[in-house]
Design a protein around this ligand. Structure first.
Ligand code: BGC
Length: 463
């Protein structure tokens, strides 16, 4: 019995890892542009507006992709699109996008390819956490969904390393084409993934759901869990008053998820991810190779801290980690802002220290936790719709911060820009303290019951 349990734990872990390859591709495609931009710009002789269109094609595509997949999955007619097939759509788009980008004959073709990659990211960012949450047992759900974020950070790190290796060959085509390898692996691996038992029950295929759950849990006695899932689905389907995603009842989880992504993005993480070499340059790293190496260091720290969060999130809780994370980003951003405006002896050393604290604080909490909460807080029937709106907000704020940073830097200076991001962290800290519930150790069905009751969302899991 214990042996079977271990086997099933291992199985779930592998399945979550395969699904999370889409997160790897998300991070890889996000990171690869940092090292290839100057090559692409000179190859196609791009003007400033063309560069803007090419870089923003990816977040714009992701925004469209996340809205589109939400609408598709939510429509009653297309309910039959399974979680696995949604993942397959994302994987195919990742593959095609990578090949088209590498073969692009013009700047416009490259922008279109990056739009396709963006669509893939948008679809994957909704589907993967949804699928992982639906197949995971409650006690591990946080850690398993965090694997998606871990995969994003590994993707970013690998992209930085690829940039470092390939930049001397001036070959941007290989940089883009390299993303097709993990995309192809994902396409193949999806054929071996089990379907989500919750989705199977929702389309009335209980025997298949039982098969999938038996495979996932590694034991034959899954009837109890299956009955609970079925009851939950039937209650939803037979209840003509079941709230739609626009109803007041679902406003608290929707607001919470949208705001968490707003805080995640507006506290400046992607300014660090996209502009790390420039930041290191301003911190006194003169050699380009040293700037790229330091950037790889930041990527590695991001990965290691995210691994730590996998161990903490189900023990320490989502809310506690978020409080620590926001406090950490607040302290580090204020310190960096002050250090940037004064001149003391150890400015460089202190700046690197606080940049490290910033990445650490983000990676143990603000990075993974919004993805966990969006996969937990919406009832099954409206889960895809809720997740897709939350995920779209991620891309709106992501685009906003990346587009406004150069302008703000030019007009206000780095110290004030960092103070603005610090202010957002402060708002995040206060918001978490008052409104964020604790979902660790609750099953998705228990969370749903609480959300549909008259109790306030923030009371869940808090004494
Ligand atoms: C964010 C990305 C960010 C990444 C950095 C994710 O949680 O959504 O925008 O680039 O973390 O690790």
């Amino acid at each position: 019995m214990e042996h079977q349990g271990l086997k099933s734990n291992f199985m779930i872990f592998i399945i979550a890892m395969i699904a999370a390859i889409s997160g790897f591709l998300f991070g890889y495609d996000e990171g690869i542009i940092a090292g290839s931009l100057h090559l692409v710009v000179s190859h196609f002789d791009m003007t400033k507006p063309q560069i803007g269109i090419m870089t923003s094609a990816l977040p714009f595509g992701a925004l469209v992709g996340s809205m589109l997949i939400g609408a598709l999955l939510a429509s009653q007619v297309l309910r039959w699109i399974s979680r696995r097939w949604s993942l397959m759509i994302a994987a195919a788009l990742f593959f095609l996008g990578a090949i088209f980008a590498a073969l692009s004959p013009t700047g416009i073709a490259l922008s279109l390819s990056r739009f396709i990659i963006g669509l893939a990211i948008g679809v994957a960012a909704v589907t993967t956490p949804l699928y992982i949450a639906e197949i995971s047992p409650a006690r591990w759900r946080g850690a398993l969904v965090s694997m998606y974020q871990l995969a994003i950070t590994i993707g970013i790190l690998c992209a930085y390393i690829t940039n470092y290796i390939l930049v001397k060959y001036n070959n941007w085509q290989i940089m883009f084409a390299s993303a097709s390898i993990p995309a192809f692996c994902l396409i193949i691996a999806i054929f071996f993934l089990p379907e989500s038992p919750r989705w199977l029950i929702s389309i009335g295929k209980k025997p298949y759901a039982k098969k999938a759950l038996t495979r996932l849990r590694g034991i034959k006695e899954v009837d109890n869990e299956l009955d609970k899932i079925e009851k939950n689905v039937l209650d939803e389907n037979n209840n003509p008053c079941f709230p739609s995603i626009r109803s007041r009842k679902l406003l608290p989880p929707l607001t919470l998820c949208v705001l968490l992504f707003c805080f995640q993005q507006l506290s400046g993480i992607n300014v660090v991810i996209y502009y790390t070499p420039i930041i290191f340059q301003s911190l006194g790293f003169k050699e380009v190779s040293n700037q790229i190496l330091a950037t790889i260091g930041i990527g590695a720290l991001n990965v290691c801290s995210t691994i730590l969060s996998l161990f903490l999130v189900d023990k320490f809780g989502r809310r506690n980690l978020l409080l620590i994370g926001f406090l950490g980003t607040l302290i580090s951003l204020i310190s960096l802002s002050v250090l940037n405006s004064i001149s003391i002896k150890y400015t460089d050393f202190l700046s690197v220290t606080f940049l490290t604290l910033y990445i650490f604080s983000f990676a143990i909490s603000l990075g993974p936790i919004p993805y966990i909460l969006i996969s937990e807080l919406f009832p099954l029937k409206v889960r895809h719709a809720g997740m897709s709106i939350a995920s779209a907000s991620n891309w709106i704020f992501n685009g906003l911060i990346v587009l406004t940073f150069p302008l703000m830097l030019h007009n206000l200076g780095l110290s004030i820009v960092l103070s603005c991001y610090a202010f957002i962290s402060l708002l995040g800290l206060m918001y978490t303290f008052v409104y964020v519930p604790e979902t660790k150790n609750f099953s998705l069905e228990e969370i749903e019951e609480h959300i549909l009751s008259t109790k306030p969302l923030r009371a869940l899991g808090r004494h």
